[in-house]
Design a protein around this ligand. Structure first.
Ligand SMILES: CC(C)(COP(=O)(O)OP(=O)(O)OC[C@H]1O[C@@H](n2cnc3c(N)ncnc32)[C@H](O)[C@@H]1OP(=O)(O)O)[C@@H](O)C(=O)NCCC(=O)NCCS
Length: 176
């Protein structure tokens, strides 16, 4: 069991965390996580994602980014996308809840989600939405945190390691 702390990654600190964040995403995809990418997925692909998609959004204030730090490494991460249309300013969307395979089953994902919900409340959000591959480990975690299933969509995303397989996704929500 490793000790960990949850940190807000801000415009001031994001550059220091980019390599660690890229490593967590890269390792998770290679362990079969269905989080936008399919194999082959190099560490450079992962670094490009954080630089091109996440840094601009955090810089513009459109995204809350958290990192779990353990043994001076990025052990896990999660985002809340708040760059939503004016009629959904009360909503936030969870993205890329990832825990590095070296640090799983120690409560890091749960702690990341609880901290993210506190940040959402602090921003005046009253609804959180997310989607997760149907049947993944994350689904019972979200249920135990109080998320309800809105519905399931078949053939939603290609499986990372078997791109000719199309997996379903489950949409979930929580009223804060
Ligand atoms: C899903 C994931 C984030 C869980 O991270 P974690 O830090 O291991 O999760 P936690 O230790 O906080 O576990 C929280 C709960 O999740 C469930 N859980 C976590 N790992 C599990 C496993 N291997 N098998 C069964 N249940 C598991 C348990 O219900 C656990 O409940 P508990 O707190 O009562 O024990 C991690 O496995 C991961 O990064 N997976 C790949 C990426 C992914 O699928 N992300 C979700 C995208 S929507």
């Amino acid at each position: 069991m490793t000790g960990f702390t949850i940190r807000d990654v801000t415009v001031e600190t994001i550059a220091d965390h980019l390599d660690g964040l890229a490593e967590v995403l890269h390792a998770s995809v290679h362990m079969g996580a269905s989080v936008s990418f399919i194999l082959p997925f190099s560490i450079e692909d992962s670094q490009r994602f954080w630089r091109a998609k996440v840094v601009p959004s955090v810089t513009a204030g459109g995204r809350v980014l958290l990192a779990a730090i353990a043994e001076e490494r990025v052990a896990g991460t999660v985002q809340l996308d708040v760059d939503l249309p004016p009629n959904q300013a009360h909503r936030g969307e969870v993205a890329k809840l990832l825990v590095h395979p070296d640090f799983r089953k120690q409560g890091i994902a749960r702690a990341l989600m609880e901290t993210l919900e506190n940040r959402a409340r602090g921003l005046g959000k009253t609804l959180i939405t997310l989607d997760t591959r149907t049947g993944d480990k994350a689904e019972p975690l979200y249920r135990s945190l109080g998320y309800l299933v809105a519905g399931t969509i078949p053939n939603f995303a290609r499986a990372p390691e078997t791109p000719d397989r199309l997996d379903a996704t489950t949409y979930m929500y929580k009223l804060l």
